[in-house]
Ligand binder design. Structure first.
Ligand SMILES: Nc1ncnc2c1ncn2[C@@H]1O[C@H](COP(=O)(O)OP(=O)(O)O)[C@@H](O)[C@H]1O
Ligand SMILES: [Mg+2]
Length: 174
C-alpha cells in the first residue's frame, strides 16, 4: 500500500480530510480494512463507494477482523443489513447493502435491527453517485479500478473523512 498524499481542508463549509492510496491485491484491501478499524468508534458511519467487484466487501471483511466481530463478513444477499456483534467488548459492525436500501439511510431506523446504531459501527456498501445528499459525519471510502491498468488487481482508494468527527484524524494507515 502506498499513500500518495493526505490533506485537510476546513476553511468553509463541511471540513474534510483526504488520503489517497494504491492497493495491489485483495489481501492488501483486507489489510487496509484492519488498519482503518483502528480509527473507528461507536456511532461511526463508513460509506463504501465503488462499482460491483471493486472490493467493498473485501474491505469490510478487514474492518470486521480489525473490530473483532463475530461471523463471516459476506455480501449481504437477501438481507438489507447484517449485524456482527463484537467479541471483544467493542462496537458491533452493522453491514448494510444500500442496493437494497431504497429510501436512503433514514430507512435504517425502520429496520428494527437488534442493536443500537449509536453504539455500533455502520458500514454501508453504496453504489456510485448516491451519496450526495448525505451530510452527516462519515468516513467515505471510494474504490476505483485503474482505467486501462494492465494489473487487474490494482485499486485506487480515496479516503475522505467528512465532518468535525474526522478533522485532524490521520487517515493514512501505517
Ligand atoms: N485490490 C483488490 N482489492 C479488492 N478486491 C480485489 C482486488 N483485486 C482483485 N480483487 C477481487 O475483486 C473482487 C471484489 O469483490 P467484492 O469485495 O465482493 O466487491 P464489491 O463488494 O465492491 O462488489 C474479489 O473477487 C477480489 O478477489
Ligand atoms: Mg459487496
Amino acid at each position: 500500500m502506498e499513500a500518495a498524499h493526505t490533506d485537510t481542508t476546513g476553511t468553509t463549509g463541511t471540513p474534510t480530510t483526504t488520503a489517497r492510496l494504491t492497493v495491489h491485491s485483495p489481501e492488501e484491501m483486507q489489510e487496509l480494512g484492519r488498519a482503518l478499524a483502528g480509527l473507528l468508534r461507536p456511532g461511526d458511519l463508513v460509506m463504501l463507494t465503488g462499482e460491483l467487484g471493486a472490493g467493498k466487501t473485501t474491505l469490510t471483511r478487514g474492518l470486521g477482523e480489525g473490530l473483532g466481530v463475530r461471523g463471516a463478513v459476506t455480501s449481504p444477499t437477501f438481507v438489507i443489513a447484517r449485524v456482527h456483534p463484537s467479541l471483544v467488548g467493542g462496537p458491533a459492525l452493522v453491514h448494510v447493502d444500500a442496493y437494497r436500501l431504497g429510501g436512503g439511510l433514514d430507512e435504517m431506523e425502520d429496520l428494527d435491527l437488534d442493536v443500537s446504531l449509536p453504539d455500533s459501527v455502520v458500514v454501508v456498501e453504496w453504489g456510485e453517485g448516491k451519496v450526495e445528499e448525505l451530510t452527516d459525519d462519515r468516513l467515505h471510502v471510494v474504490i476505483d479500478r485503474v482505467v486501462g491498468a494492465t494489473d487487474d488487481d490494482r485499486r485506487e482508494v480515496t479516503l475522505t473523512g467528512v465532518g468535525a468527527r474526522w478533522q485532524g484524524v490521520d487517515l493514512v494507515p501505517r
